[in-house]
Design a protein around this ligand. Structure first.
Ligand code: BES
Ligand code: ZN
Ligand code: ZN
Length: 497
């Protein structure tokens, strides 16, 4: 998915008359020799701003300079990169997002951007720069019919570099295109982003990526044994969907990754109804499914050398006349019976079918599920880290690694076998709640573990906090963040090698 044209150019060949020329500067060593040589006039002005203490180059600090005597661009925008000793590619991701935001404020549709330092951009830096530009310029305006901001978005952006960074820029664009898709799906209200809408989105991705797609309907659930999603969907007239996508892009020695995403398009809580305050936020309860579709859209784009199976069980959780009730007992795809003690703990029920189906039907080298599963994970970790639980520490270590590398971060919760006691039912195999208010996130993980086939490596990622933000950061807006997409794309890259 290309959102605007991003190309690279050698600085010496940059066409004149750019609307802006953007550059980064570290707080500890000021202007570099190379920058002075490349931009002598501008450097003098910048020196003055620094001497006068007006620009300290703190990370994400911005200064716009008008310099009619420098003719490459109408204006120059300095972005602080902070302390060079602490520099990582994420600083660049943030700084380019900050730059993108400034260009939106100034309504600039095309500009050039370089990030200074003695060294050239590395490949990781170039990817981060592209990601920052796309993710930082994200706006969701689909329903603003009387736009107070007529800016149509960027058209072309040129990254200046001495080496050809086209591939790294393209890769960063593609990955952040997946993040944008996940955010859009989250932002659409539940009367638009229905299970059918998710299924249609999956169909379009499958067509583009040459993937096989199967969609099971309410009528299929009983004969397939999908008692989890079948039970939850009873309370809603909106048709539920169980979406399965198969991307077989790997050669004979390639690994197979499984992905499962909670696609709960609206969670009223059901009969155990939620309080009205903040209930609108429960349109975000499909962000696990959105992350999986975002990942599959990148996969359709870059066609990696491995196989991926994606499952998104999708339904509303509503209070219709046939709604499932506390005390009901449901039977999941793997035959285990579940006592319902709270109809608001519905995500784990649809995931029970998703996980038992995917691990039964496919030989997987690992399966990861994403879900806005528990309020408890927001209490534990806030909106910065996703909570991760596993049945295979080596697999979790891989996710911890790629999470750190991409800054799509995960933090592990313990999940010793003894947590299984918390979900024991007196009347069925398991119950859908834990031990009162204690360890709610882990209880949900321990519940899901019951539905993963013995021997399959599995990680559960609770994105109830990280998936959407109350208060955005440079490349993460308020609202849906797209959590999970960048981390899994990095896992895919490491599995390809
Ligand atoms: N969708 C919610 C979890 C949630 C809460 C997501 C806040 C995002 C923000 C989930 O279905 C739910 O309601 N979980 C209950 C489980 C409880 C009843 C055992 C919860 O966390 O309170
Ligand atoms: Zn719920
Ligand atoms: Zn939910």
């Amino acid at each position: 998915m290309s959102l605007f044209n991003l190309s690279y150019n050698n600085l010496n060949e940059l066409p004149d008359g750019q609307e802006a020329y953007i550059f980064g500067i570290f707080s500890d060593f000021g202007i570099t020799k190379k920058f002075k040589e490349d931009h002598p006039k501008l450097s003098k002005k910048l020196d003055l701003a620094i001497e006068n203490g007006e620009f300290e180059a703190k990370l994400n600090q911005v200064m716009v300079m008008y310099t009619p005597d420098c003719d490459t661009a109408k204006r120059y925008i300095a972005i602080g990169l902070g302390d060079s000793g602490k520099y990582t590619a994420d600083y660049l991701r943030q700084a380019s997002a900050t730059a993108a935001k400034k260009c939106i404020d100034l309504k600039l549709s095309s500009f050039a951007i370089e990030f200074m330092g003695e060294d050239n951009l590395t490949i990781d830096d170039a990817q981060a720069l592209a990601e920052g530009l796309v993710m930082g310029s994200y706006r969701f305006l689909n329903y603003k019919k009387q736009a107070d901001d007529a800016f149509a978005g960027f058209q072309s952006v040129i990254a200046t570099a001495d080496a050809d960074i086209t591939n790294a820029l393209g890769y960063g664009m593609s990955i952040s295109g997946g993040v944008v898709l996940a955010r859009d799906l989250g932002n659409h209200p539940s009367n638009v982003a229905t299970p059918t809408y998710l299924a249609d989105t999956a169909e379009a991705i499958a067509e583009k990526g040459g993937m096989k797609i199967t969609i099971y309907e309410r009528e299929d659930f009983e004969k397939l044994g999908f008692g989890g999603i079948g039970g939850v969907a009873q309370g809603s007239d909106v048709p539920p969907k169980f979406i399965i996508m198969e991307y077989m892009g790997g050669d004979s020695s390639a690994k197979t990754l499984g992905l499962v995403g909670k696609g709960l398009t609206f969670d009223s809580g059901g009969i155990s109804i939620k309080p009205s305050a903040g209930m609108d936020e429960m349109k975000f309860d499909m962000l696990g499914g959105a992350a999986v579709l975002g990942i599959m859209s990148v996969v359709a784009d870059i066609k990696p050398n491995l196989n991926i199976i994606a499952v998104v069980p999708s339904t509303e959780n509503m209070n219709g006349g046939e709604a499932y009730k506390p005390g009901d007992i449901l039977t999941a795809y793997n035959g285990k019976t579940i006592e319902i003690l709270n109809t608001d703990a519905e995500g784990r029920l649809i995931l029970a079918d998703g996980l038992s189906y995917i691990t039964d039907k496919y030989e997987l080298d690992g399966v990861v599920d994403f879900a806005t599963l528990t309020g408890a994970v927001v209490v534990a970790l806030g909106h910065r880290y996703s909570g991760i639980m596993t049945n295979d520490q080596d697999f979790a270590d891989q996710l911890l690694d790629v999470g750190e590398k991409t800054q799509d971060r995960v933090w592990q919760m313990p999940m010793d076998d003894e947590y299984a006691e918390d979900i024991k039912s007196t009347i069925a195999d398991v119950k859908n709640t834990g031990a009162g208010r204690t360890a709610g996130t882990i209880a949900a993980g321990a519940f899901l573990r019951e539905f993963v086939k013995e021997g399959t490596s599995w990680c559960h990622v609770d994105i109830a906090g990280s998936g959407w933000l109350k208060k955005g950061r440079p490349y993460l807006p308020d609202g849906p963040s797209g959590a999970g997409v960048r981390m899994i794309m990095e896992l895919i890259r490491s599995w390809e090698k």
